[in-house]
Design a protein around this ligand. Structure first.
Ligand code: NIG
Ligand code: FE
Length: 433
């Protein structure tokens, strides 16, 4: 099984200046991902990869100007004065990988909860015993803005070592208005550094604020405060999306709807936590709201999955969370057969999925969730890009942003095979190495 070779696209249009600022040359394969979406009935068809053997990529500034065979790119762009040249011999060059569901702005660890789970405690039990989201909230509230920012930056740097150039990061460990805003500000500051491309998501309905939880009427007050007070304050930090935890351990559809509707009126699309522990109708809500994504999906009915597919809602599967909780993996094959486009993400968070390794999620997906390797590649590139509503990310084509990873792999098939290693020889974000 090999990716079909594509014709060279190195020839510049007449009249355009033929210069490049960055040349990536001699790749064993360039996996452009510039092919048709995977067909669920022929999951091993490699056409979606748009693979070019002995390939190269030319970049001018922050965008790609050519993708093709090395000899053609050399001929057209090789003489560009001052161009940085990267030799990708023996490597796979691919779009920078996209982790579209993380809670990476957190402090502290919850290793002890994991240890308790290994001895039989459930996630709900450890949360009720003072652990859970509330314990991370305490750590974040006690920290300075700088500390939060540094923790996020360090995490993103480690993610880049796996080839990840775009990360979505959620709030949700503040829960009161002030700390939610501080988290979004930290994410915004880290985005401004440009080291990783960052999308921010406002997630106030993650858990009930521990300060309100035990008060009579506290839960209702919290839910109302999220849309009446926290949302307007959060908008000042320009989040890209809104999220809510629609689950038996989270919030009901009725509790989530007012926040999501007000956020939609302010221009924020939803990406929702749906069905991690139980199906409470989140998939149907995501479809109705034309959400960008519905994530987790360990528990989702056929009707809910079909509704998502019909509404174009991307399903984001998070095998790290199922793995760490000792739950069955989400059934990706079933969801594909119901028409869903599938992305994979780490869910990077201290409670259920502390991993920073996105390619490892592809290993879980092909071994334990029924995805093909081609579908897994799609799930790390094009599908998460679509969930972020971007068609200039997750693909190597003329005009796309020059977010690229150079992976120490002999061929694309080796991505889920070589599991656990930090594979990136280079990561490039917006043309910068
Ligand atoms: O996606 N379940 C909701 N949110 C996270 C867990 C967060 C936490 O436990 O800190 C998740 O798995
Ligand atoms: Fe999550």
């Amino acid at each position: 099984m090999r990716g079909g070779a594509r014709s060279s696209r190195a020839a510049p249009r007449a009249g355009t200046a033929v210069t490049a600022t960055l040349l990536i040359l001699n790749a064993a394969e360039v996996v452009t991902m510039d092919g048709p979406a995977p067909d669920a009935t022929r999951p091993d068809d490699a056409a979606p990869l748009g693979c070019i053997p002995n390939g190269a990529v030319a970049v001018d500034g922050e965008r790609i100007v050519a993708v093709g065979r090395t000899e053609d790119i050399e001929r057209t762009y090789g003489a560009s004065p001052g161009a940085v040249r990267i030799d990708a011999r023996g490597a796979v060059v691919a779009p920078g990988l996209i982790d579209a569901h993380t809670h990476a702005a957190f402090l502290g660890d919850r290793a002890h909860e994991h240890a308790l789970r290994l001895r039989g405690a459930t996630y709900a039990e450890t949360a009720a015993a003072g652990g859970g989201i509330a314990s991370t909230v305490r750590a974040v509230r006690a920290a300075t803005d700088d500390t939060v920012e540094q923790a996020l930056r360090a995490r993103l740097a480690r993610m880049r070592s796996f080839g990840v150039t775009t990360v979505e990061a959620k709030s949700g460990y503040g829960l009161d208005t002030e700390t939610e805003v501080r988290l979004l500000r930290a994410i915004r500051r880290v985005r401004a550094s440009g080291e990783t491309r960052v999308f921010s998501t406002f997630l106030p309905l993650h858990a009930v604020d521990p300060d309100l939880r035990s008060m009579p009427g506290g839960r209702e007050r919290f839910v109302k405060r999220c849309s009446d007070e926290t949302l307007p304050a959060a908008l000042a930090e320009a989040p890209d999306f809104v999220d809510a935890y629609v689950d038996s351990t989270g919030f009901s559809v009725a509790e989530c709807r007012p926040l999501l509707e007000r956020a939609a009126a302010a221009g924020l699309s939803a990406r929702l936590h749906v069905g991690q522990f139980a199906d409470v109708g989140g998939a149907e809500l995501a479809a109705e709201m034309l959400a960008a994504s519905a994530d987790h999906l360990e528990h989702v009915s056929d009707a809910g999955a079909r509704a998502m597919a019909a509404a174009g809602v991307v399903g984001i599967l998070l095998p790290g969370a199922a793995f760490s909780l000792g739950q069955p993996m989400p059934d990706a094959r079933r969801l594909r057969s119901l028409g869903m486009e599938i992305a994979l993400a780490t869910d990077c968070n201290p409670g259920t999925s502390p991993t920073e390794n996105l390619p490892l999620m592809a290993t879980f997906a092909v071994r334990q969730m029924g995805l093909s390797i081609v579908e897994a590649w799609w799930g790390l590139t094009r599908a998460p890009a679509r969930s972020l509503r971007r068609d200039d990310l997750g693909v190597l084509r003329v005009g796309a942003l020059a977010d690229v990873c150079v992976l120490d792999l002999p061929t694309w098939e080796a991505l889920p095979y070589q599991f656990g290693s930090a594979l990136a020889r280079y990561t490039i974000v917006g043309g910068k190495t």
